[in-house]
Ligand binder design. Structure first.
Ligand SMILES: Cc1ncc(COP(=O)(O)O)c(C=O)c1O
Length: 399
Protein backbone atom coordinates (compact mmCIF):
# COMPACT_ATOMS: atom_id res chain seq x y z
CA UNK A 1 0.00 0.00 0.00
CA UNK A 2 2.74 2.44 1.01
CA UNK A 3 4.45 1.61 -2.27
CA UNK A 4 1.40 2.83 -4.23
CA UNK A 5 1.31 6.10 -2.30
CA UNK A 6 5.06 6.52 -2.76
CA UNK A 7 5.00 5.92 -6.51
CA UNK A 8 2.03 8.22 -7.17
CA UNK A 9 3.49 10.93 -4.97
CA UNK A 10 6.87 10.61 -6.67
CA UNK A 11 5.80 10.60 -10.31
CA UNK A 12 2.44 12.34 -10.52
CA UNK A 13 2.47 16.12 -10.59
CA UNK A 14 0.95 17.13 -7.24
CA UNK A 15 -2.33 18.47 -8.57
CA UNK A 16 -4.98 16.62 -6.58
CA UNK A 17 -5.96 16.94 -2.93
CA UNK A 18 -5.22 13.30 -1.99
CA UNK A 19 -6.70 10.96 0.60
CA UNK A 20 -4.61 7.99 1.75
CA UNK A 21 -6.75 5.26 0.27
CA UNK A 22 -5.70 2.91 -2.52
CA UNK A 23 -8.96 1.89 -4.22
CA UNK A 24 -8.50 -1.31 -6.20
CA UNK A 25 -12.04 -2.59 -6.80
CA UNK A 26 -15.61 -1.34 -6.95
CA UNK A 27 -19.13 -2.71 -7.25
CA UNK A 28 -22.38 -0.73 -6.98
CA UNK A 29 -22.00 1.86 -4.24
CA UNK A 30 -19.00 0.09 -2.63
CA UNK A 31 -15.26 0.21 -3.25
CA UNK A 32 -12.47 -1.80 -1.64
CA UNK A 33 -8.83 -1.20 -0.84
CA UNK A 34 -6.00 -3.68 -1.46
CA UNK A 35 -6.59 -5.32 1.94
CA UNK A 36 -10.23 -6.03 1.16
CA UNK A 37 -11.50 -3.25 3.43
CA UNK A 38 -14.81 -1.97 2.02
CA UNK A 39 -16.10 1.62 1.81
CA UNK A 40 -19.51 3.02 0.93
CA UNK A 41 -18.87 5.61 -1.73
CA UNK A 42 -21.02 8.70 -1.24
CA UNK A 43 -19.06 10.53 -3.95
CA UNK A 44 -19.11 8.03 -6.84
CA UNK A 45 -15.88 9.41 -8.27
CA UNK A 46 -17.22 12.99 -8.18
CA UNK A 47 -20.63 12.01 -9.48
CA UNK A 48 -19.44 9.69 -12.24
CA UNK A 49 -20.63 6.24 -11.12
CA UNK A 50 -24.32 7.08 -11.59
CA UNK A 51 -25.28 3.42 -12.15
CA UNK A 52 -22.72 2.15 -9.64
CA UNK A 53 -19.09 1.12 -9.86
CA UNK A 54 -18.45 -1.58 -12.46
CA UNK A 55 -22.10 -1.65 -13.46
CA UNK A 56 -22.55 -5.16 -14.94
CA UNK A 57 -24.30 -3.92 -18.10
CA UNK A 58 -21.45 -1.47 -18.75
CA UNK A 59 -18.78 -4.07 -17.94
CA UNK A 60 -20.35 -6.55 -20.36
CA UNK A 61 -20.64 -3.96 -23.15
CA UNK A 62 -17.03 -2.83 -22.70
CA UNK A 63 -15.74 -6.44 -22.71
CA UNK A 64 -17.59 -7.21 -25.92
CA UNK A 65 -16.44 -3.98 -27.58
CA UNK A 66 -12.73 -4.24 -26.69
CA UNK A 67 -12.62 -7.63 -28.37
CA UNK A 68 -14.13 -6.17 -31.55
CA UNK A 69 -12.68 -2.68 -32.04
CA UNK A 70 -11.02 -0.28 -29.61
CA UNK A 71 -10.47 2.81 -31.71
CA UNK A 72 -12.18 4.31 -34.71
CA UNK A 73 -11.58 7.89 -35.76
CA UNK A 74 -14.60 10.09 -36.39
CA UNK A 75 -13.71 10.27 -40.06
CA UNK A 76 -15.09 6.72 -40.39
CA UNK A 77 -18.48 5.35 -39.41
CA UNK A 78 -18.86 2.94 -36.49
CA UNK A 79 -21.76 0.77 -35.29
CA UNK A 80 -21.10 1.35 -31.54
CA UNK A 81 -21.11 5.11 -32.12
CA UNK A 82 -24.37 4.98 -34.07
CA UNK A 83 -26.04 2.99 -31.25
CA UNK A 84 -24.78 5.50 -28.66
CA UNK A 85 -26.16 8.43 -30.68
CA UNK A 86 -29.56 6.70 -30.88
CA UNK A 87 -29.49 6.05 -27.13
CA UNK A 88 -28.52 9.68 -26.47
CA UNK A 89 -31.31 10.98 -28.66
CA UNK A 90 -33.79 8.79 -26.76
CA UNK A 91 -33.02 10.62 -23.49
CA UNK A 92 -32.40 14.13 -24.86
CA UNK A 93 -34.97 16.88 -24.39
CA UNK A 94 -37.43 17.09 -27.31
CA UNK A 95 -36.05 19.31 -30.08
CA UNK A 96 -32.41 18.65 -29.18
CA UNK A 97 -31.27 15.91 -31.51
CA UNK A 98 -27.76 16.79 -32.58
CA UNK A 99 -24.60 15.84 -30.67
CA UNK A 100 -20.93 16.72 -30.48
CA UNK A 101 -19.08 13.86 -28.78
CA UNK A 102 -16.27 14.78 -26.38
CA UNK A 103 -13.97 13.14 -23.82
CA UNK A 104 -14.64 15.16 -20.66
CA UNK A 105 -16.75 17.84 -19.05
CA UNK A 106 -14.38 20.70 -19.78
CA UNK A 107 -14.26 19.66 -23.42
CA UNK A 108 -18.05 19.69 -23.61
CA UNK A 109 -18.02 23.25 -22.24
CA UNK A 110 -15.32 24.28 -24.75
CA UNK A 111 -17.43 22.95 -27.60
CA UNK A 112 -20.55 24.67 -26.22
CA UNK A 113 -18.76 28.04 -26.08
CA UNK A 114 -17.41 27.70 -29.63
CA UNK A 115 -20.83 26.68 -30.89
CA UNK A 116 -22.54 29.69 -29.28
CA UNK A 117 -19.95 32.13 -30.64
CA UNK A 118 -20.09 30.71 -34.15
CA UNK A 119 -23.89 30.47 -34.26
CA UNK A 120 -24.49 34.03 -33.09
CA UNK A 121 -21.38 35.69 -34.54
CA UNK A 122 -21.04 37.41 -31.15
CA UNK A 123 -18.29 37.27 -28.56
CA UNK A 124 -19.57 37.82 -25.05
CA UNK A 125 -20.43 35.03 -22.60
CA UNK A 126 -22.35 35.75 -19.40
CA UNK A 127 -21.44 33.24 -16.71
CA UNK A 128 -22.38 33.12 -13.01
CA UNK A 129 -20.63 33.96 -9.78
CA UNK A 130 -19.86 30.64 -8.08
CA UNK A 131 -19.91 28.78 -11.41
CA UNK A 132 -17.70 25.78 -12.11
CA UNK A 133 -17.37 24.67 -15.72
CA UNK A 134 -13.92 23.02 -15.80
CA UNK A 135 -10.25 23.93 -15.95
CA UNK A 136 -9.21 24.13 -19.62
CA UNK A 137 -8.66 27.74 -20.70
CA UNK A 138 -12.12 28.30 -22.23
CA UNK A 139 -14.05 26.47 -19.52
CA UNK A 140 -11.87 28.17 -16.89
CA UNK A 141 -12.83 31.54 -18.36
CA UNK A 142 -16.43 30.69 -17.41
CA UNK A 143 -15.41 29.39 -13.96
CA UNK A 144 -15.70 31.83 -11.08
CA UNK A 145 -13.28 30.69 -8.34
CA UNK A 146 -10.20 32.93 -8.22
CA UNK A 147 -8.15 30.05 -6.80
CA UNK A 148 -8.45 28.21 -10.13
CA UNK A 149 -8.13 31.28 -12.39
CA UNK A 150 -5.59 33.70 -11.04
CA UNK A 151 -2.33 32.01 -12.05
CA UNK A 152 -3.48 31.68 -15.64
CA UNK A 153 -4.78 35.12 -16.48
CA UNK A 154 -5.39 36.61 -18.94
CA UNK A 155 -8.05 34.03 -19.75
CA UNK A 156 -10.41 34.38 -22.73
CA UNK A 157 -11.78 37.89 -23.12
CA UNK A 158 -15.45 38.85 -23.13
CA UNK A 159 -16.53 36.71 -20.16
CA UNK A 160 -18.56 38.46 -17.47
CA UNK A 161 -20.14 37.15 -14.27
CA UNK A 162 -23.66 37.81 -12.99
CA UNK A 163 -25.23 36.96 -9.62
CA UNK A 164 -26.40 33.34 -9.66
CA UNK A 165 -30.12 33.18 -8.95
CA UNK A 166 -30.65 36.85 -9.80
CA UNK A 167 -32.19 37.29 -13.26
CA UNK A 168 -31.96 41.11 -13.09
CA UNK A 169 -28.21 40.88 -12.60
CA UNK A 170 -27.97 38.53 -15.59
CA UNK A 171 -30.11 40.77 -17.78
CA UNK A 172 -27.98 43.81 -16.94
CA UNK A 173 -24.93 41.97 -18.28
CA UNK A 174 -26.54 40.93 -21.58
CA UNK A 175 -26.10 43.16 -24.62
CA UNK A 176 -26.13 42.96 -28.41
CA UNK A 177 -22.71 41.24 -28.41
CA UNK A 178 -23.78 38.45 -26.03
CA UNK A 179 -23.38 35.01 -27.59
CA UNK A 180 -24.56 32.99 -24.60
CA UNK A 181 -25.58 32.77 -21.00
CA UNK A 182 -24.01 29.73 -19.37
CA UNK A 183 -25.24 28.29 -16.08
CA UNK A 184 -25.45 25.13 -14.04
CA UNK A 185 -29.14 24.39 -13.25
CA UNK A 186 -27.91 23.76 -9.68
CA UNK A 187 -24.37 24.82 -8.80
CA UNK A 188 -22.41 21.74 -7.74
CA UNK A 189 -18.86 22.73 -6.95
CA UNK A 190 -20.09 25.78 -5.02
CA UNK A 191 -21.97 23.50 -2.62
CA UNK A 192 -25.30 22.49 -4.19
CA UNK A 193 -26.68 25.99 -4.63
CA UNK A 194 -30.30 25.89 -5.75
CA UNK A 195 -31.60 28.96 -7.60
CA UNK A 196 -35.11 30.39 -7.12
CA UNK A 197 -37.72 28.48 -9.20
CA UNK A 198 -38.14 31.29 -11.73
CA UNK A 199 -34.40 31.75 -12.41
CA UNK A 200 -33.89 29.29 -15.28
CA UNK A 201 -37.21 30.24 -16.95
CA UNK A 202 -36.08 33.90 -16.76
CA UNK A 203 -32.72 33.00 -18.32
CA UNK A 204 -34.62 31.28 -21.14
CA UNK A 205 -36.71 34.44 -21.69
CA UNK A 206 -33.65 36.71 -21.62
CA UNK A 207 -31.84 34.55 -24.20
CA UNK A 208 -34.86 34.36 -26.49
CA UNK A 209 -35.44 38.11 -26.24
CA UNK A 210 -31.79 38.97 -26.94
CA UNK A 211 -31.06 36.34 -29.58
CA UNK A 212 -28.34 34.61 -27.56
CA UNK A 213 -27.88 30.94 -26.69
CA UNK A 214 -28.81 29.41 -23.34
CA UNK A 215 -26.08 26.93 -22.41
CA UNK A 216 -26.97 24.68 -19.48
CA UNK A 217 -24.10 22.75 -17.93
CA UNK A 218 -25.70 19.45 -16.86
CA UNK A 219 -22.35 17.75 -16.31
CA UNK A 220 -23.02 17.20 -12.61
CA UNK A 221 -26.82 17.48 -12.52
CA UNK A 222 -27.64 15.31 -15.54
CA UNK A 223 -28.58 11.66 -16.03
CA UNK A 224 -31.07 11.42 -13.18
CA UNK A 225 -28.90 12.81 -10.37
CA UNK A 226 -31.57 15.35 -9.29
CA UNK A 227 -34.58 13.06 -9.68
CA UNK A 228 -35.27 13.92 -13.35
CA UNK A 229 -33.18 12.89 -16.33
CA UNK A 230 -32.06 16.54 -16.69
CA UNK A 231 -32.25 19.14 -13.92
CA UNK A 232 -33.68 21.65 -16.43
CA UNK A 233 -36.84 19.50 -16.48
CA UNK A 234 -37.64 20.64 -12.91
CA UNK A 235 -38.03 24.11 -14.38
CA UNK A 236 -39.55 23.19 -17.77
CA UNK A 237 -36.72 24.95 -19.53
CA UNK A 238 -35.31 23.90 -22.89
CA UNK A 239 -31.73 25.12 -23.37
CA UNK A 240 -30.21 25.73 -26.80
CA UNK A 241 -27.05 23.86 -25.86
CA UNK A 242 -26.39 21.36 -23.06
CA UNK A 243 -23.00 20.22 -21.78
CA UNK A 244 -22.89 16.62 -20.49
CA UNK A 245 -20.11 14.32 -19.23
CA UNK A 246 -19.27 12.58 -15.90
CA UNK A 247 -21.47 9.45 -15.81
CA UNK A 248 -22.52 9.34 -19.47
CA UNK A 249 -20.32 6.31 -20.27
CA UNK A 250 -20.51 4.53 -16.91
CA UNK A 251 -17.05 5.72 -15.84
CA UNK A 252 -15.22 5.53 -19.19
CA UNK A 253 -14.09 9.10 -20.07
CA UNK A 254 -16.70 10.64 -22.37
CA UNK A 255 -18.97 13.61 -22.73
CA UNK A 256 -21.17 15.35 -25.25
CA UNK A 257 -22.85 18.54 -26.25
CA UNK A 258 -26.54 18.19 -26.92
CA UNK A 259 -28.11 20.78 -29.21
CA UNK A 260 -30.35 21.11 -32.27
CA UNK A 261 -29.18 20.43 -35.81
CA UNK A 262 -30.26 23.96 -36.65
CA UNK A 263 -27.56 25.19 -34.24
CA UNK A 264 -24.85 22.56 -34.79
CA UNK A 265 -24.98 22.98 -38.56
CA UNK A 266 -23.29 26.38 -38.14
CA UNK A 267 -19.96 24.60 -37.56
CA UNK A 268 -18.02 23.71 -40.69
CA UNK A 269 -16.27 20.40 -41.17
CA UNK A 270 -13.01 20.30 -39.22
CA UNK A 271 -13.84 23.26 -36.98
CA UNK A 272 -14.30 21.07 -33.90
CA UNK A 273 -12.97 17.50 -33.86
CA UNK A 274 -10.86 15.40 -31.50
CA UNK A 275 -9.02 12.11 -32.01
CA UNK A 276 -10.80 10.18 -29.27
CA UNK A 277 -14.28 11.73 -29.51
CA UNK A 278 -16.83 9.00 -30.23
CA UNK A 279 -14.42 6.21 -29.26
CA UNK A 280 -16.18 2.84 -29.77
CA UNK A 281 -15.45 1.54 -26.25
CA UNK A 282 -16.77 4.73 -24.64
CA UNK A 283 -19.80 4.62 -26.95
CA UNK A 284 -20.58 0.97 -26.14
CA UNK A 285 -20.29 1.79 -22.44
CA UNK A 286 -22.51 4.87 -22.93
CA UNK A 287 -25.25 2.89 -24.69
CA UNK A 288 -25.27 0.31 -21.88
CA UNK A 289 -25.29 3.05 -19.23
CA UNK A 290 -28.24 4.85 -20.82
CA UNK A 291 -30.20 1.58 -21.15
CA UNK A 292 -29.57 0.85 -17.47
CA UNK A 293 -30.56 4.33 -16.31
CA UNK A 294 -33.80 4.18 -18.31
CA UNK A 295 -34.81 0.55 -17.68
CA UNK A 296 -34.02 0.65 -13.96
CA UNK A 297 -35.72 4.07 -13.68
CA UNK A 298 -32.77 5.61 -11.86
CA UNK A 299 -34.14 9.20 -12.00
CA UNK A 300 -37.26 8.02 -10.10
CA UNK A 301 -35.02 6.15 -7.67
CA UNK A 302 -32.97 9.32 -7.09
CA UNK A 303 -36.18 11.24 -6.52
CA UNK A 304 -37.42 8.72 -3.93
CA UNK A 305 -34.07 8.39 -2.13
CA UNK A 306 -33.69 12.17 -2.34
CA UNK A 307 -36.85 12.57 -0.26
CA UNK A 308 -35.50 10.13 2.34
CA UNK A 309 -32.19 12.02 2.35
CA UNK A 310 -33.74 15.47 2.66
CA UNK A 311 -35.53 14.36 5.83
CA UNK A 312 -32.22 13.09 7.28
CA UNK A 313 -30.52 16.34 6.27
CA UNK A 314 -33.25 18.38 7.92
CA UNK A 315 -32.72 16.43 11.16
CA UNK A 316 -28.95 17.02 11.04
CA UNK A 317 -29.52 20.75 10.75
CA UNK A 318 -32.06 20.76 13.56
CA UNK A 319 -29.79 18.78 15.89
CA UNK A 320 -26.31 20.22 15.27
CA UNK A 321 -25.49 23.85 15.90
CA UNK A 322 -22.31 23.49 13.82
CA UNK A 323 -24.45 22.78 10.75
CA UNK A 324 -25.09 26.11 9.07
CA UNK A 325 -27.29 24.82 6.25
CA UNK A 326 -28.32 21.70 4.36
CA UNK A 327 -29.30 21.60 0.69
CA UNK A 328 -30.37 18.84 -1.66
CA UNK A 329 -32.15 18.02 -4.89
CA UNK A 330 -32.54 14.29 -5.49
CA UNK A 331 -29.20 12.67 -4.70
CA UNK A 332 -27.17 15.88 -4.97
CA UNK A 333 -26.65 16.82 -1.34
CA UNK A 334 -24.67 19.23 0.83
CA UNK A 335 -24.15 19.83 4.54
CA UNK A 336 -22.62 23.25 5.13
CA UNK A 337 -20.86 23.52 8.48
CA UNK A 338 -19.31 26.39 10.43
CA UNK A 339 -15.74 25.04 10.11
CA UNK A 340 -13.32 23.12 7.90
CA UNK A 341 -14.77 19.69 7.04
CA UNK A 342 -11.45 17.93 6.41
CA UNK A 343 -11.61 16.07 9.71
CA UNK A 344 -15.19 14.92 8.97
CA UNK A 345 -13.99 13.46 5.69
CA UNK A 346 -11.09 11.68 7.39
CA UNK A 347 -13.27 10.34 10.19
CA UNK A 348 -15.72 9.11 7.52
CA UNK A 349 -12.90 7.30 5.74
CA UNK A 350 -11.62 5.67 8.91
CA UNK A 351 -15.14 4.28 9.47
CA UNK A 352 -15.69 3.05 5.92
CA UNK A 353 -17.51 5.93 4.22
CA UNK A 354 -16.29 8.24 1.44
CA UNK A 355 -17.78 11.72 1.70
CA UNK A 356 -16.89 14.58 -0.64
CA UNK A 357 -16.50 18.31 -0.15
CA UNK A 358 -17.29 21.63 -1.82
CA UNK A 359 -14.87 24.25 -0.65
CA UNK A 360 -13.62 24.05 2.92
CA UNK A 361 -16.84 24.07 4.89
CA UNK A 362 -19.27 21.90 3.00
CA UNK A 363 -19.64 18.12 2.90
CA UNK A 364 -21.00 17.15 -0.52
CA UNK A 365 -22.55 13.82 -1.43
CA UNK A 366 -23.17 12.53 -4.96
CA UNK A 367 -23.70 8.79 -4.36
CA UNK A 368 -24.46 6.27 -7.11
CA UNK A 369 -28.20 6.35 -7.81
CA UNK A 370 -28.22 2.59 -7.16
CA UNK A 371 -27.21 3.02 -3.52
CA UNK A 372 -29.32 0.93 -1.11
CA UNK A 373 -31.60 2.92 1.16
CA UNK A 374 -30.03 1.17 4.20
CA UNK A 375 -26.54 2.31 3.12
CA UNK A 376 -27.74 5.87 2.65
CA UNK A 377 -29.33 5.82 6.11
CA UNK A 378 -26.13 4.42 7.59
CA UNK A 379 -24.18 7.27 6.01
CA UNK A 380 -26.49 9.81 7.65
CA UNK A 381 -26.23 8.03 11.01
CA UNK A 382 -22.46 8.23 10.73
CA UNK A 383 -22.56 11.92 9.76
CA UNK A 384 -24.79 12.54 12.77
CA UNK A 385 -22.26 10.74 15.00
CA UNK A 386 -19.24 12.57 13.56
CA UNK A 387 -20.94 15.99 13.74
CA UNK A 388 -21.71 15.27 17.40
CA UNK A 389 -18.04 14.43 18.04
CA UNK A 390 -16.87 17.56 16.24
CA UNK A 391 -19.26 19.64 18.32
CA UNK A 392 -17.97 18.10 21.56
CA UNK A 393 -14.34 18.62 20.52
CA UNK A 394 -15.01 22.30 19.88
CA UNK A 395 -16.78 22.72 23.18
CA UNK A 396 -13.80 21.07 24.93
CA UNK A 397 -11.29 23.29 23.07
CA UNK A 398 -13.22 26.41 24.06
CA UNK A 399 -13.26 25.57 27.77
C1 LIG B 1 -20.83 21.47 -13.55
C2 LIG B 1 -19.50 21.00 -14.04
N1 LIG B 1 -19.04 21.45 -15.22
C3 LIG B 1 -17.86 21.05 -15.72
C4 LIG B 1 -17.06 20.17 -15.03
C5 LIG B 1 -15.72 19.76 -15.58
O1 LIG B 1 -15.74 18.42 -15.95
P1 LIG B 1 -14.34 17.64 -16.12
O2 LIG B 1 -13.72 17.54 -14.79
O3 LIG B 1 -14.76 16.30 -16.71
O4 LIG B 1 -13.53 18.43 -17.09
C6 LIG B 1 -17.49 19.68 -13.79
C7 LIG B 1 -16.62 18.78 -13.00
O5 LIG B 1 -16.78 18.58 -11.83
C8 LIG B 1 -18.74 20.11 -13.29
O6 LIG B 1 -19.18 19.69 -12.10
Amino acid sequence: MDKVFEVEDKYLAPLFQKFKLNIVRGSGSKVWDENGVGYTDLMAGYGVAIAGHCNPWVVDAVKRQVEKLITCHGSFYNDARASFLEALSSISPKGLDSFILTNSGAESVEAAIKLARKKTGRKKIVSMKGAFHGKTMGALSATWNKKYRQSFEPLLGNFVFAEYGNAESVEKNVDSDTAAIIAEPIQGESGVIIPPPDFLPRLREICTKNGCMLILDEIQTGLGRTGKMWASEHYNVLPDIMAVAKGIAGGIPAGCVITSSEISSCLSRGEHTSTFAGNPVACAAGTALIKYVVEKRLPERASYLGKVASESLRKLKEKHIIVRDVRSVGLMMAVETRFDVYSILNKGLSRGFIFGYSGRETVRMLPPLVIEEADLNQAFNLLDEILGEEENERIRQNR
